[in-house]
Design a protein around this ligand. Sequence first.
Ligand code: NAP
Length: 249
Amino acid sequence: MTKLKGKVAVITGANSGIGLATAKLFAKEGARVVITGRREDALLQAAAEIEGEVLPVLADAGKIDDIRKVISTTVAKFGNIDILFPNAGIAPFQSVEQTSEELFDEVIGINLKGPFFLVKEALPYLNKEGVVVFNTTIAQTKGFAHTGAYVASKAGLRSLVRILTTELKEKGIRAVAVSPGPIDTPIYGKLGKSEEEVQQMETAFAAQVPLGRFGSADEVAKTVLFLASSEASFVNGAELVVDGGLSMV
Ligand SMILES: NC(=O)c1ccc[n+]([C@@H]2O[C@H](COP(=O)([O-])OP(=O)(O)OC[C@H]3O[C@@H](n4cnc5c(N)ncnc54)[C@H](OP(=O)(O)O)[C@@H]3O)[C@@H](O)[C@H]2O)c1
């Protein structure tokens, strides 16, 4: 278990779901892991669950000052950075008609502006042959109702991957994305819907997936590990889909 031995990885939004599963796996593979979250209790609880070297940093993923703190704290403790996984995200599903300016700004701020400036702030400290892995969604290739602001933010990340392959080429830094389909994480409980509504939505989603189920956070984490490791050393600019086939039908 040494695929990331000695590497320094920064993972935002790692107190639950895909971020936490990835942090656990990275640490198991020998990485020194910096995890961020906006809720101190949840962040410290997550840090306690990770076996290995972990540095929790309390930070809002959409706030520039907090993003700077994440990078400066990481550099002070570990030196340079090898892997950046701007994973923190929110998915408040609303139709375009229902979406307020405040909600739009919040979604874009956390899901797109945050990752953009995390990369910008990290750039001087990203090691040669480092890697940035964005977390997009297969929804940006579909026309699912009620995903407008969310999908706009993730489509922005997809485009950013392409730009970074060119802008980061001098240092041999790769830029890639993992694109999950429906994954069983706490995010669906944060939509402001009743448990019953969430259950109905999940059942309907699962029925559309060729494999007939939600994916797990661990299944996405394994894909992020592949993308971040030297096994993917010639994978650049790509978005790797982990969706049980949903985007193909
Ligand atoms: N689950 C899916 O079906 C799915 C599909 C495609 C893409 N994704 C993407 O996967 C990523 C992770 O989501 P998940 O499914 O693992 O859900 P999750 O368990 O809710 O994880 C999201 C993480 O981001 C954190 N976060 C949200 N806003 C933040 C902010 N302003 N500052 C700091 N942390 C913040 C959350 O913290 P709190 O606990 O404080 O909210 C949580 O730790 C997201 O970018 C999501 O869009 C998920």
